[in-house]
Design a binder for this molecule. Structure first.
Ligand code: SAH
Length: 249
């Protein structure tokens, strides 16, 4: 199950942090590391700080974008110290461990960590189903990147160690097997925006983020997404035939 959980580091500035994060992961039994456009590649510093987790660093998958790192995932969890406004999707590390462990039974899970200076962008956070915040000192809540990774991985390990075959069957309320992947959702959001813009419903920037949050909360399954896509296509079809009709008349 731990193999289905990946740690994604977005545009990390210091290669040492990549090494320290890899070490944090491996001590907790996690090995899948994705690096989104790291500012410094894997260098001596990264290897030195990884200590015995050199393999995790060397096997890290480097991708150009956030989307590329999570496209095949059916659950994406973003992390940030500044999340108070996201009430509906906010979780803390303990709950995250349980959610990730359940979801990892039948799908790929991404835990995404932001840039050292500015964290994750709002657009990136909108692509996440859950938002994890470590309830640190409100006056000084920003942890070092690798330490945040350590804490989250520790809770995943705790949830992993508590797993028994019985709870595996009973607690499966998050069945990621049938859930739409991040990429499928992304296509759907683009489709939604295109259609609703073309009929004049979406006229400002505020609507899509709200719709994204709503749909993220719904844990949309693949077959449900097909219905939603079908509805959009039906509207598009009508628009085309209506415009043909207007053109001809
Ligand atoms: N000034 C940045 C801090 C980034 S710290 C900001 O305001 O977002 C680098 C990364 O470590 C964050 O993007 C997040 O992934 C993680 N992190 C640090 N402190 C955290 C906290 N209290 N809760 C959750 N994640 C945290």
């Amino acid at each position: 199950m731990l193999e289905n959980i990946r740690i994604v580091l977005v545009e990390t500035s210091h290669s040492g942090n990549i090494g320290s994060a890899a070490r944090a992961m491996k001590t907790m039994g996690l090995t899948k590391l994705y690096l989104v456009a790291p500012k410094q590649g894997i260098d001596e510093q990264a290897i030195a700080l990884s200590a015995g987790a050199e393999d995790v660093v060397k096997n890290a998958i480097i991708v150009p974008s956030f989307d590329a790192a999570v496209s095949d995932c059916s659950l994406v969890i973003g992390t940030s110290a500044r999340l108070r406004h996201l009430q509906n999707s906010l979780i803390e590390p303990r709950e995250c461990g349980q959610i990730a462990m359940q979801a990892a039974k039948c799908g790929q899970i991404a835990l995404v960590f932001g840039r050292e200076r500015v964290g994750l962008t709002n657009d990136e956070l909108l692509k996440c189903r859950y938002h994890l915040t470590i309830p640190a000192n409100p006056d000084y809540s920003s942890l070092n990147l690798a330490m945040a990774v350590q804490l989250v991985c520790y809770e995943i390990r705790m949830a992993f160690l508590q797993e028994t075959p019985v709870s595996v069957i009973e607690n499966t309320n998050i069945n990621t097997q049938n859930l739409a992947t991040a990429q499928e959702l992304e296509y759907f959001f683009e489709h939604t925006e295109r259609v609703y813009q073309s009929i004049g419903f979406i006229q400002n920037q505020g609507v899509m983020p709200k719709l994204r949050r709503l749909y993220q909360r719904a844990d949309i399954e693949k077959n449900e997404l097909n219905i939603l896509r079908g509805m959009l296509s039906a509207v598009e079809k009508r628009l085309i035939s209506a415009s043909t009709f207007t053109d001809n008349s």
